[in-house]
Design a protein around this ligand. Sequence first.
Ligand code: FMN
Length: 249
Amino acid sequence: MEKDYFASRATVRAYDPERHISDELLDSILERAMRAPTTGNMQLYTVIVTRDPERKAALTPLHFNQPASTGADVLLTICADFNRFTRWCQLSKADPGYNNLLSFMSAMTDAVILAQQIVTIAETEGLGTCYLGTVTYNADKISELLNLPELVVPVACLSLGYPAAPAQQCERLPLKAVVHREQYRADSDADIVELFRSKEEYAPNKQFVTDNDKETLAQVFTDIRYPRALNESVSQMLKKLLRDKGFIS
Ligand SMILES: Cc1cc2nc3c(=O)[nH]c(=O)nc-3n(C[C@H](O)[C@H](O)[C@H](O)COP(=O)(O)O)c2cc1C
């Protein structure tokens, strides 16, 4: 692994159409990623690999045809899965109590940890990766397309491929914003403004503000990228999906 991998990593959204990830490499990445920590070693996740062009063409509209999805060599849909474990319990004279919110959270945690481990290993193998948050926005339709049974919900999607160009890093908040020592620190309004200053001064973010005809960067988030009405309608869909899949009543 490169010494500065963690300091230099970045998401890659454009992939070389001429290069393909071999089955051997993909299996090796997934096998090693499965060494990630998991709740009670129950491995409450399933990874659905999409590489068939027709299946990809059916899936990518549900990712709003983001270029990172349409140009991906492989798409991985990572599901929180308590189905397999529940069935094993039922077949083993054990009474599974996993149709509840806690169990969904355990499975979601396992799935997300697995996803990030896949990202890290894939990137150290020279691949580019991108999370597709659209998996959450269309979780119900993706569940249907992928035939997900009870107690299985998609929680992460990754696009993978060989990078078309080197990854470009973007900005981060300063360490002080994120790390609080011993107890939660009460930041003043002036502190908050200061913590976000470098983000606001980052040239591509200034461009976002101009391009979207907004006054502040925060408005790009609240009005365009993650608006209230969308957050609320997706939340309603997710509650219904969790009910339909038997995680909540
Ligand atoms: C849960 C999650 C969902 C994301 N969804 C998308 C997405 O739908 N499209 C996209 O281009 N990038 C997506 N990203 C990537 C982020 O935009 C990216 O990680 C962030 O801007 C920081 O950039 P970096 O990873 O290059 O440091 C997602 C990341 C996460 C963790």
